[in-house]
Design a protein around this ligand. Sequence first.
Ligand code: ATP
Length: 344
Amino acid sequence: MRVLGVEGTAWCASAAVHDTETDETFIESDAYEPESGGIHPREAAEHMGDAVPRVIETALARADGDIDVVAFSKGPGLGPCLRVAGTAARALAGTLDVPLVGVNHMVAHLEIGRHESGFDSPVCLNASGANAHLLGFHDGRYRVLGETMDTGVGNAIDKFTRHLGWTHPGGPKVEEAAKDGEYVDLPYVVKGMDFSFSGLMSAAKDAVDDVSASEASGGPSAHRSDDGTPVEDVCFSLQEHVFAMLTEVSERALSLTGSDELVLGGGVGQNARLREMLAAMCEQRGAEFYAPEPRFLRDNAGMIAVLGAKMAAAGDTIAIADSAIDPDFRPDEVPVTWRANESV
Ligand code: ATP
C-alpha cells in the first residue's frame, strides 16, 4: 500500500509517501520562518497556501501518481493552517478516488517511534512545540498520563528566546548557547504526573534581564552585562531544569504502567541533552529507550503517512463529510483501531 500523508498543523507544510511493502518513507517539507516574533497564525496559513501544493506535487511525482490512500493531520493545531492542509487532502483523495484517513498529530508523534523501534507497548514522551505530555496505552486508547499545566515545552523555550530577541525557533539556539553555560538555580515544578513551565520561564527571563538588548540580539554568542546572569548559564540551567522535569515524569510513567519501553516524539526531542537524560534514566531502570531520527521528530508528513497506513489497513477511513479539522483534537479521543491486527 502507498499512502500519501499531508501535514500542516502549524509551521511545517509537508507531504510524504510511505510504502508499506518496502517500509520506505519519502518526505518533502517546507518550513514557515517568521521574520520576527513567534508563529503568526495568519502568516503560517498563507505559507500553507503557498507550500502545501508544492510539497504534494513533489511527493506525487516521487510516487509516480500511484497512491492508494490519502492521510492528513486532522488536529490538534492552528485552525487556519489545518483548514488549508485539510482542504488539500480532501481534494486530493476525491480527485484520486482513494480513501481518506484523518490522523491525530500527537498520536502520530508517538506511533512513529513505536513503528521505528518495533517496541510493543511503550510509554511515549511527546516533547513538541505546542504540547508536552506522557502517553500510555490502556483499554483501547492512548491515555494522557501526565502533561503540562500551561504551555508546550518548545513554545516555552521559544518565548524565552523571543525575550532575548533571538529568532524563531529558539530551541536549537538555547542548545548551542548551553554548551558554554554553568548551573544556576531556577524553579522546578512537577506536581504528581503534571508539570509547569511558566514560572521557570519567567525566572529565566528575569535572570537575563540585565543583559543589554544589543548584546542579546547577537544570539548564542551574546555576552552578559556586569550585573546579569550570563545568557549561557541561563540556557544551560533552563535545559537542565526542563529536561529533568520531563525525565522525572517519564520515569514515573514507566513505573506506574510497568512498561519497560520509552519512545520520544516531537521537535524538542532533537535536543541531545534531553535524549541523553532519558537514555540514562532508562538504562538505570533496565528499560529500553528509542528516539526517532530528527526528520521524524519535528513536524513531518512521514509520521502521518505511516500511521495513516496502519489506520487504513484497519479500515479506519473517513467520509469527506466527516473530515472536518479539530484544532483541539486530544490523543485520548482516538479509538486505537490498528493495534489489534498488527505484529508491531
Ligand atoms: P506540535 O507537534 O505540538 O504541534 P510544533 O508544531 O510547534 O508542535 P514541533 O516540530 O514538534 O512543532 O517542534 C517545534 C519545537 O521544537 C520548537 O519550539 C523548537 O524551538 C523546538 N526545537 C527544535 N530543535 C530543538 C532543539 N535542538 N532543542 C530544543 N528544542 C528544539
